[in-house]
Design a protein around this ligand. Structure first.
Ligand code: HSE
Length: 382
């Protein structure tokens, strides 16, 4: 089966390497025919081209693998590939989370499929496990550490005492981070992954703007000192729950009890748990980012296509995310913290408090009132 690769960065190179190496008989059935690159200096392989048409118009290419990142031109290329009857495998959560309705509809109309294991959970077979669980069970919800970069930053800040800026640089040099680091550190990358997990888990396409999102950009050693003193570890958590027709979904740093399995997930690992009716909780841990683990997930999807194992996708569009009934206790550190006096349960340092139990809507109001671009917010586990 012949593959056209759109993009030859960290993930694309990994896909080419795994397929060229052909370690198993399944992989030896695959070959990368052409590779789209952006710059002249990337024309390092005779298969490289700078013209997407060489891939999209090639009738011998059965599968287009998109790992360019960004929304355009990735979205347009995927739509063109599907319309020409080619299956699409993508690792691009930003593009897919923003365009999955039209991509799935286009795939359905042309009797091909969109596969996206690598877009969520890196090398962990998280999407595949949701597909499998759903064949038997209704999934009630999931929560997870979905971002390798921020887990690396948080774990290493906690154990090594280094600053946020130092650790971000290190994660970027290890090839974990997105091109725009704000996607990682402001929680958007997790938001896209939560949205795609909702598609698989609940058969809905949520409005991604409704997924409440706080990141770790402003985390400081004082916040981690509070965690250490009180028996918590800080992790960036994405989660969603279905309650009848309603879906709640959010991304937020969480201060978790040290005995919580998520507290001990090190480095760039991801850890994601689904909860379903008869299976109960099932937890998956593995490499959440990096060239070969992510490429492994892409190649798994290509093997699925070769074996004609297409997932059934028929999600309902535009399901409104509704967090209005969600309640919690939150840690807030802000230079303006005095403005939040009426919500305080206890002081948590010079400029930080732990709030009384409140709704997410109340928290959003406080965050708006504090109006502080340097603020850090986290949910505190019971
Ligand atoms: N930047 C992402 C992460 C890459 O750090 O998890 C994998 O999706």
């Amino acid at each position: 089966m012949k593959i056209g690769l759109l993009g030859h960065g960290i993930v694309g190179k990994g896909v080419r390497e795994i397929i060229d190496a052909g370690a198993t008989w399944e992989v030896r059935e695959l070959s990368v025919k052409k590779i789209l690159v952006k710059f002249d200096w990337e024309l390092v392989d005779p298969r490289c081209t700078q013209d997407a048409k060489d891939i999209l118009d090639d009738p011998e290419i059965d599968v287009v693998v998109e790992c360019m990142g960004g929304i355009e031109p990735a979205r347009t290329f995927c739509l063109e590939a599907l319309a020409k009857g080619k299956h699409v495998v993508t690792s691009n959560k930003k593009m897919l989370a923003n365009s999955c309705g039209e991509l799935f509809a286009c795939a359905l109309a042309h009797d091909v499929a969109v596969h996206y294991e690598a877009a969520c959970g890196g090398g962990i077979p998280w999407m595949a496990s949701l597909d499998r669980t759903r064949r038997v069970d209704d999934i009630d919800g999931f929560r997870g550490i979905f971002n390798g970069t921020t887990n690396y930053i948080l774990s290493e800040m906690a154990s090594g005492g280094k600053s946020f800026a130092e650790m971000l640089k290190e994660a970027q040099s290890l090839g974990y981070a997105e091109k725009d680091p704000s996607d990682d550190i402001d929680g958007f990358d997790v938001k896209y992954k939560v949205a795609l997990s909702c598609v698989k888990a609940f058969d809905v396409i949520p409005n991604i703007d409704g997924i409440l999102t706080y990141g770790i950009r402003n985390i400081d050693q004082v916040d981690l000192a509070f965690c250490e003193k009180n028996g918590y570890a800080c992790k960036l958590i994405g989660k969603a729950k279905r309650d009848g027709a309603r879906v709640s979904a959010m991304v937020m740093p969480a201060f978790l009890r040290k005995e919580d399995v998520f507290s001990n997930i090190p480095l760039n690992f991801n850890c994601i748990e689904s909860v379903s009716k008869t299976l109960g909780a099932a937890t998956f841990v593995g490499q959440g980012a990096g060239s070969l683990p992510t490429a492994h997930a892409v190649v798994q999807n290509i093997v699925d296509i070769w074996k004609k194992q297409d997932p059934e996708i028929n999600p309902k569009d535009n399901v409104i995310v509704d967090n209005s009934t969600y309640c919690g206790v939150f840690y807030i550190r802000s230079a303006n913290i005095d403005k939040a006096a009426s919500y305080v349960d206890k002081e948590a340092g010079e400029c930080a408090v732990v709030t009384k139990r409140m709704t997410i809507n109340e928290l959003s109001e406080i965050v708006k009132d504090l109006n502080d671009s340097g603020m850090f917010v986290a949910e505190v586990a019971k």
